[in-house]
Design a protein around this ligand. Sequence first.
Ligand code: FPP
Length: 237
Amino acid sequence: MSIPSHVGIIMDGNGRWAKERGLPRREGHLAGIDSLESVLRRAEKLGIPCLTVYAFSTENWKRPGNEVKFLLQLFEETLMNRAEDLFRNNIKVKVIGRRDGLPHGLLRTIDRIEEKTAGNRDHILNIAFNYGGRAEIAHVVSRIIQDIEEGKEFRQIDENVIENYLYNPEFPEVELLIRTGGEKRLSNFLLWQSAYAELYFTEKYWPDFDGDELEKAIEDFKKRNRRFGGLKEKGGE
Ligand code: FPP
């Protein structure tokens, strides 16, 4: 098996990492940005074309107001102040998720970073923010219905049609899905795109995850035999 074309990451365990150190939870989220940077650098080096990270779920609104506010601010500040070193000149950034409910300032910042990185060709980084897999599928269905009402005709609604309506139709399906922090759940992340993903769970909290840990996950992935419901590895002999 070669390098996965798309790796999804559920970055979990920031709060517990901070608690174990007697620090406020926000310190865990701040440390999480450094992990993301380390992972991005290694993903480039390994030649992973596409990465999607789960930064804020549609369920995360249930957290205490001050933590929600902090996460929104941290995301915006990171996009504004750390874009140069995080994305350099080779990562095309796309934010996927529901736009409604997000502050206007943040939406403008998202638009700006997407525009600024749109010409980058080497890698894609999707940041799932205010994202839910079921919400994405509901979004696809309602957009298809809207288009039909406006006169668009489909011979049939098949998987290809659905894929064209996903938040980012450009990315390949997830081949490796990593979750840090010890839980073994998908938590509504990329449900459609992960149908055949290999799953990799690690006890490491996200702030303790880095490029070396990513490489371990990739090594584990390479040893797996992917059959996609058939008898032999896809594309194999
Ligand atoms: C899960 O840990 C982590 C989050 C909800 C936020 C992750 C966000 C970042 C690392 C920053 C994202 C920024 C960019 C630019 C992508 P948790 O709080 O659920 O940890 P716990 O399970 O230990 O409480």
